[in-house]
Design a protein around this ligand. Structure first.
Ligand SMILES: Nc1ncnc2c1ncn2[C@@H]1O[C@H](COP(=O)(O)OP(=O)(O)OP(=O)(O)O)[C@@H](O)[C@H]1O
Ligand SMILES: Cc1ncsc1CCO
Ligand SMILES: [Mg+2]
Length: 263
């Protein structure tokens, strides 16, 4: 079955519980994207309870966008619990190239074996050791510039890597997929990338192969974005229409978004 259709159907049938430890900017949009797509979001990050919630969750999304020592503890504890329970978890390394604090936190979290790392091109280039690919949380590079970096990071950490962009790149270091669609206003919706990471986590709870799960989740977002853009006037109305389209996927062009890249 086409991965985008598989993810779209399975999310609605199984409604996975997705714990998000995500930044202040993204909490509202990520929760609404998850709910509209059929998942059940729980934004739980405090170290007093993050591991207990991870034990209940079907998937966990750890996003370092607005870190602090207490949040970092909550992230480590939740990711540790997920690793022990073999619960899929996604790492979103927001602005990892910007500060030493973020780099050190990401080094720690990568040791806990995320199932998927999802970032923009600048973030994935930074994970591979390159400098200058970002300005704060925004990428200065295109996803195709991060093909090799993504494969390198995937092989080094034994995970799937998703690079978002005009064409999303999804790789396990061996197989690579492209995801097409979306709209040029999508990167202007702040925290839509964070929300895509949460959707990838949800997909990993309901589709066994993390490569197909990640690509299918990005395909669903791309299909909803393309369709929503037909009724939107700009990024703000696209944000609203996109959540509406996720909640009513009938009529979305799901099939064919995910395309294999010859090795
Ligand atoms: N030029 C584009 N055309 C179509 N879709 C795009 C384009 N750029 C990004 N997207 C889509 O927008 C969504 C967000 O990706 P983006 O790369 O902006 O994430 P990000 O930089 O991590 O965002 P944030 O940090 O604000 O959460 C993804 O679903 C991606 O596929
Ligand atoms: C704008 C911003 N700043 C920290 S996290 C975040 C959300 C997009 O990554
Ligand atoms: Mg981001």
């Amino acid at each position: 079955m086409d991965p985008t259709s598989a993810v779209t159907t399975a999310l609605r049938e199984r409604s996975p519980l997705v714990q998000c430890l995500t930044n202040y900017v993204s909490m509202d949009l990520a929760a609404n994207v998850l709910s509209a797509a059929g998942a059940s979001p729980a934004m739980v990050h405090d170290p007093h309870e993050s591991a207990d919630m991870a034990a209940l969750a079907d998937a966990v999304c750890v996003n370092i966008g607005t870190p602090s020592p207490s949040w970092a503890d909550g992230m480590r504890l939740a990711a540790e619990r997920a690793q022990v329970d073999a619960t899929p978890w996604v790492l979103d390394p927001v602005a990892v190239g910007a500060t030493a604090y973020r780099r050190e936190l990401v080094v720690d979290l990568l040791q806990l074996r995320p199932t998927v790392v999802r970032g923009n091109a600048g973030e994935v280039l930074a994970l591979a050791g390159a400098v200058g690919g970002s300005r704060g949380v925004d990428s200065l590079a295109a996803s195709h510039d991060a093909h090799d970096a993504a494969a390198l990071v995937a092989r080094e950490h034994g995970c799937v890597v998703v690079v978002s962009g005009e064409v999303d790149v999804v790789t396990d270091g061996d197989r690579t997929l492209h995801v097409v669609g979306g709209h040029r206003w999508m990167p202007m919706i702040t925290a839509l990338g964070c929300s895509s990471s949460a959707l990838v986590a949800a997909a990993c709870a309901v589709v066994d192969d993390p490569l197909d799960a990640a690509a299918g989740a990005m395909g669903l977002l791309a299909a909803a974005g393309t369709s929503a853009a037909a009724v939107a006037q700009g990024p703000a109305s696209l944000r609203v229409a996109l959540v509406d389209r996720l909640a009513d996927p009938d009529g979305l062009e799901l099939v064919g978004r995910v395309r294999p890249v010859p090795a």
